[in-house]
Write a protein that binds this ligand. Structure first.
Ligand SMILES: *Cc1c(COP(=O)(O)O)cnc(C)c1O
Length: 484
């Protein structure tokens, strides 16, 4: 091959690329700036989906055509979670500054498995800050992962290493060992059961404990379940405490759970996917008392810190057990005294991935840009908005508040005086579908004690009180129309 025929993916004309890139940047800045003027969500059409059923692109179409395609087919058919009136499931909103952080990180394209590079030290710095926020010891280990699901999996994997009285990292679960059991309320997120499933412990080894009227774990029932397992020869392994359940935002009595774990010699894992971030606020921190005593703590920065997807974090109080659970490598990764490999930190040994993006670097950029005080105020603002929404609901006789508002989640439904439970459920299902299709607002739904309810989870820095006024008025309008 002649040298002049060698190729790369670099633009042939950097000036043209620069111009095109600037246009893309301008377009998306306007896009984010004007999000409120568009419907929250619109259903995709058959015609739109056809744009994603085309033959393999053997020959490149060039930057202009594909960008046009992106604008036509993708940009205006989003999930809608950056909109001020999106409160479905628990979704983050991202930010314009977050998008810029992603751009910077993508350009440098660090692979932060290990190696002597600034991004590694930036991640360690942010982990250090997060330990301070969560009141965790400085020597605890931690890693940024894709999200709460993987963070839970990592925490449970270390719990398994700690609980087994054989070397489970070497021997696995191939013998006739005692069954390892874990405990959490019946409101626990499904990712915990999935984690246990993947770890070979089986989802049935998760004991679902009843909750009280505030949807908090019933500690008496929990104690009985542990005693029963011990009696039957099973091996209790781990209690999972919820710092904000996905259904209602309920907070388990974490201090009591920490106490019980100490007494019973069990691992204490806290799923604080969104709720753990309330630790930023002196007003809200008392709700989380005991969280700092956990052995592992999972939370998401793409939910209640409004950072772009994806970034979750797991902190582990016992670095040696964390390392033991995930350490791996070959001759090609062995330690060196100089060169790139001369660093003592290896994220490769703390999680599943070898190659991994510099997720923590976006947190470094954004935390420094806005400052913790800003995040604290936004989190408190969302909690106050949840209380405001609850008060609007309580002012209307046609609406029923269906669960206590502990944090930032509000569950409610539309009631028709002459209707029974079955019809209430049908009516509210119909109502939520129509509301989402209207493009006015996107709350989601859940089922609480057999009641189908509308559910707003507020992890949105763009929401304003007027948005909740509009939500309540729209639900009442739709409810009246449906029952007319
Ligand atoms: C969102 C959530 C998870 C899962 O986190 P992902 O980031 O979606 O993987 C786990 N637990 C709770 C309570 C959550 O809200």
């Amino acid at each position: 091959m002649k040298p002049e025929s060698e190729m790369s993916l670099d633009p042939l004309d950097w000036e043209a690329f620069r111009k095109h890139a600037h246009k893309m940047l301008d377009d998306v800045i306007t896009y984010v700036q004007t999000v409120e003027n568009r419907p929250v969500w619109t259903p995709t059409t058959e015609e739109l989906r056809k744009n994603f059923q085309l033959p393999l692109p053997l020959k490149g179409e060039g930057p202009d055509k594909v960008y046009d395609d992106f604008v036509q087919s993708v940009l205006y058919h989003p999930l809608g979670n950056i909109h001020p009136r999106f409160w479905g499931w628990v979704n983050g909103t991202g930010s314009a500054q977050g998008a810029m952080a992603e751009l910077l990180i993508a350009a440098v394209n660090n692979n932060v498995s290990t190696f002597d590079q600034a991004a590694l030290y930036a991640e360690l710095q942010v982990l250090d800050w997060l330990k301070q926020i969560m009141n965790y010891p400085g020597e605890a280990s931690g890693i940024f992962v894709t999200g709460g699901s993987v963070a839970n999996l990592v925490g449970l994997a270390v719990a398994r290493t700690a609980a087994a009285d054989w070397d489970v990292t070497k021997k696995g679960l191939q013998g006739n060992q005692a069954r390892l059991c874990s405990y959490g309320s019946n409101q626990t997120h499904f990712s915990v059961e999935k984690g246990l499933q993947v770890l070979g412990l089986g989802s049935e080894s998760f004991r679902k404990i009843n909750v009280n009227e505030k949807y908090q774990i019933d500690v008496q029932h929990l104690k009985e379940a542990i005693a029963r397992d011990r009696q039957e020869g099973n091996r209790p392994c781990c209690i999972i405490g919820n710092a904000g359940t996905v259904n209602t935002g309920a907070l388990d009595p974490l201090d009591e759970l920490a106490e019980l774990c100490t007494k019973e010699n069990l691992w204490f894992h806290v799923d604080g996917a969104f709720g753990a971030l309330a630790a930023l606020s002196t007003e809200l921190r008392p709700l989380l008392r005991g969280m700092e005593r956990s052995d592992s703590l999972a939370f998401d920065l793409h939910k209640w810190l409004y950072m772009p997807y994806d970034i979750g974090c797991i902190l582990v109080r016992h670095p040696e057990l964390h390392q033991k659970t995930f350490a791996g490598g070959g001759a090609y990764t062995s330690a060196m005294t100089r060169g790139l490999s001369a660093t003592s930190t290896s994220f490769r040994d703390l999680g599943l991935e070898q190659s991994r993006s510099a997720r923590g670097l976006k947190a470094w950029l954004l935390l420094k840009e806005h400052g913790l005080d800003t995040y604290c105020q936004l989190i408190e603002q969302n909690v106050h908005q949840a209380k405001y929404l609850a008060s609007l609901i309580q002012q209307h006789s046609e609406l029923e508040l269906c669960a206590p508002v502990s944090l930032n989640i509000v569950c409610f439904r539309y009631l028709h005086p002459s209707s029974d439970e079955d019809n209430h459920n049908k009516l509210n299902k119909e109502l939520i579908g129509l509301l989402q299709e209207s493009g006015i607002a996107v709350p989601s739904y859940t089922i609480l004690d057999g009641r189908f309810v509308i559910r707003a989870a507020i992890t949105n820095h763009r929401s304003r009180r007027k948005d909740f006024d509009l939500l309540v008025n729209s639900v009442i309008d739709l409810g009246r129309k449906l029952t007319a």
